[in-house]
Design a protein around this ligand. Structure first.
Ligand code: PMP
Length: 420
């Protein structure tokens, strides 16, 4: 049957590269496959991992449900507020502004939080304002910004390919012309995809410039606790913005640090610096953004996270589990690096250990990435981003050897069949 002509008017769009490559990887059943596409933690056997603290919290919730102590009726549009309070305490620590000057909503994980923040700032920013994002960023930032009403989406320099580190001067010079009321998106810690973050001094300087230039800052915090294993340290950027009293929105995701990916647990918190302003922002976010989009958030993930964050036994247990996860990632980074050194693989590889968090941006070409896939069943993003959490002690060595072969051997790039 011919396509309905109205439906045929829809542009034929593609999903972003992450989802597409993830599907390719899933379809490959080779026993030696290495899938380092999606930013999800895997255990040492490359299997999805449920944190024991999270499992215990969910068990308690189920027991409460069975005992008739809970039900499944709607949450208010702003979601379960005790969770939001625990979430902002985790992020801002001792620099937390007074609670009644913060507008907080439970959001559909990090994506939903960024979506609400962008929609509110699209309404507060002067007409025609620009939203800025690091060059190389999570591929959903600009689509979210556009759907939230921003027409001008501009990148600022961030990653320096030569040093495979941060181009802070380039970043600040690209932002120098950003008008008051512009929106700047920054990654809290464990920058996706580069694994390159601002230093504490750079955060302080960025925050004071953002304040003096009157930018709205969206702090996307998807990896707190993963970058360094230390929640406090990974919250430094958020706390610098709070100390400088920047009008900002933090967007927390508990997908990675609690493994609540599919439960869609996140929090958006606007630092409004005034009680009446916080109420105004909250009511706008509820009435103009959340209510017409999904009415009210789901129940379970926020309650799990609330128990884990506030229970005197589960909270320290979770912090230890988080440290173990981030330590495992650091260990496979080191194993990969050591093997590349041992093999004297062409190129410099210090960034494999200096970049932090879940991702490493290898700095290899798309042709190298293709060769790794075709020859070795290794799947990563076309721009050479590796989710380190997908490696283990054994596959990190295999990965290094495959990379060495592909970089040394031009034949490898001619779509040779797998050597495995
Ligand atoms: N922001 C960044 C920087 C991310 O890397 C991710 C996840 N990959 C997200 C937001 C959104 O994640 P989620 O919606 O699953 O919490």
């Amino acid at each position: 049957m011919a396509m309905n002509p109205y439906l045929a008017k829809l542009p034929a769009l593609k999903m972003d590269s992450i989802l597409e490559t993830a599907q390719l990887a899933k379809a490959d059943n080779h026993p030696q496959k290495i899938d380092v596409v999606v930013g999800a933690y895997r255990d040492g056997n490359a299997k999805p991992y449920i944190l024991p603290s999270v499992l215990e919290a969910e068990r308690r919730l189920l027991a409460q449900l069975a005992a008739g102590q809970r039900n499944k009726e709607y949450e208010p549009t702003e979601g379960f507020q005790p969770f939001c309070e625990a979430a902002v305490k985790l992020l801002y620590g001792s620099d937390l502004p007074p609670m009644d000057t913060i507008a907080k909503l439970a959001a559909l994980s990090g994506t939903g939080a960024v979506r609400i923040a962008a929609a509110v700032f699209a309404a507060t920013a002067p007409a025609g304002s620009t939203i800025y994002c690091s060059k190389e960023t999570w591929p959903n930032h600009f689509p979210v910004a556009r759907q939230s009403g921003f027409k001008n989406c501009v990148s600022y320099r961030y990653f320096e390919p030569k040093t495979k580190g941060l181009d802070y001067d380039g970043m600040m010079s690209d932002l120098a012309g950003a008008a008051p009321g512009s929106v700047v998106i920054v990654h809290g810690a464990g920058h996706n995809p580069t694994g390159v973050d601002l230093s504490t001094a750079q955060w302080d300087q960025f925050a004071s410039i953002a304040k003096s230039k009157q930018w709205f800052v969206i702090l996307d915090s998807a990896y707190q606790g993963y970058a360094s294993g230390d929640l406090e340290r990974d919250g430094y950027g958020a706390r610098a913005l709070a100390r400088a009293k920047v009008f900002s929105a933090s967007c927390q995701s508990f997908a990675k640090n609690m493994g609540l990916y599919g439960d869609r647990c996140g929090c958006v918190a606007f630092l409004a610096w005034d009680k009446a302003a916080a109420t105004r922002v909250l009511n706008y976010a509820k009435a103009a953004v959340a209510r017409p989009m999904y009415s009210s958030p789901p129940i379970i993930g926020y309650r799990i996270a609330h128990i884990v964050l506030t229970d005197p036994v589960l909270r320290p247990q979770w912090e230890l589990e988080l440290q173990a996860m981030s330590a495992r990632i650091r260990r496979v980074r080191k194993i990969l690096f050591d093997e590349l050194q041992r093999l004297k693989t062409p190129g410099k590889w210090d960034h494999v250990v200096s970049q932090i968090g879940m991702f490493s941006y290898l700095g290899i070409t798309t042709a190298d990435v293709d060769a790794l896939r075709l020859r070795y069943h290794i799947y990563m993003l076309p721009e050479g981003r590796v989710s380190m959490a997908g490696l283990n002690d054994e596959s990190a060595v295999r990965f290094a050897r495959a990379l060495d072969d592909v970089l040394r051997n031009p034949q490898a790039k001619k779509q040779q069949p797998s050597k495995l």
